[in-house]
Design a protein around this ligand. Sequence first.
Ligand code: FDA
Length: 390
Amino acid sequence: MHFDVIVLGAGAAGMMCAATAGQRGRRVLLLDHAEKLAEKIRISGGGRSNFTNLQARHDCYVSDNPNFCRSALAQYTARDFIALVERHGIAYHEKKLGQLFCDDSSQQIIDMLDSECRAANVDRRMGVRIEQLGRGEAGFVVHSSLGSFSAESLVVATGGLSIPQIGATPLGYQIAEQFGLPLTPLAPALVPLTFHVDDAERFAPLAGVSLDAEVRIGKVRFRENVLFTHKGLSGPAILQISSYWQPGQEIVIDLLPDIDADAWLEERAGSEQLLANAMGELGWPKRFADAWLAAQRVNVRGKELTPKKRRQLAETLHNWRLLPNGTQGYKKAEVTRGGVSTKALSSKTMMAAEVPGLFFIGEVVDITGWLGGYNFQWAWSSGFVAGKNC
Ligand code: FDA
């Protein structure tokens, strides 16, 4: 069967693209190997989908070239997606930092995109195994478990590698390689970091403790909660920094971002109180103060703190250096960092410069958003742009 456009992957970006192209009158075939539509939308945002972020800008994305996403984000903005959500009568709210969530359920976003695809006469087939891809006289040819389909345009929207248990595969990267497009290195991102054995032993009893802190790598910094887990560190600040982390790199944590630790310690210079007890004033959970100060070997009384020790402790409180030994991998990662190099794509259309008619959108591209709705906004924006041009 021949179509104008074949879209591979009925996830966030693929559905947006298929609906947009269909609304232009293009005959669109949308193929996916999963039985259910857009599983990642379903599980997103704790079941309520953090579907966009009011502050989505190119500098909230990690990429070899973050400027690449400027064009798509300008062609289809968070406001455009919100207007679509409102047209479908979906109630939503802002949680924090511009993050918008459904009041009810992420299923509403899936149903909305599905109904947009239906209105645009998109031919959707689920549970289809993609066997081979090639080019013929009729354009791109997709050989699948349902037979062969051809189209002038092929849009690859097969996502990244995270959460393989719900259908993530490397198909998109393989297609890029087949057509000679370069890839940037892939790694799990928005992912918990793991401790080395020594730190794991020292801090394992803290599993469940959460603190407001600032986490840094070089000039990149995020101020949000840090959560101790049995294996290492998680929580929004850690997930954010993980997208910038490279193996062998230290992360630096400011445990008291609002306080001058040296001045605070100096005020306790003559005190009989143990520091771990005094730390309660700062909002630190007692078991964290005990374990952390014990690890620094300074759980002493205020009066026992010499000026030199005080300065050292203050420095460590603001610059606690940790060397993670890895991440919890694709099973726990929200996204994949890296992907199809932006050098090979047009930022205005998402088409491969050297392969007319071939488009890559969404997470398969080397554009990784921060935590907080940025990844879906990239899926909507890149999907829309390709849908207008495929
Ligand atoms: P997506 O993964 O959505 O879709 C890819 C599609 O391709 C899938 O339907 C898949 O079945 C299909 N496919 C894959 N391989 C195939 C093959 N070989 N053959 C055929 N089909 C194939 N982001 C955000 O902005 N806000 C949030 O709240 C969250 N929350 C969140 C929670 C969790 C647990 C995860 C794992 C991720 C998030 N994200 C998120 C990230 C977000 O889900 C992700 O960035 C987008 O879904 C990416 O959209 P894509 O369309 O590119 O891929």
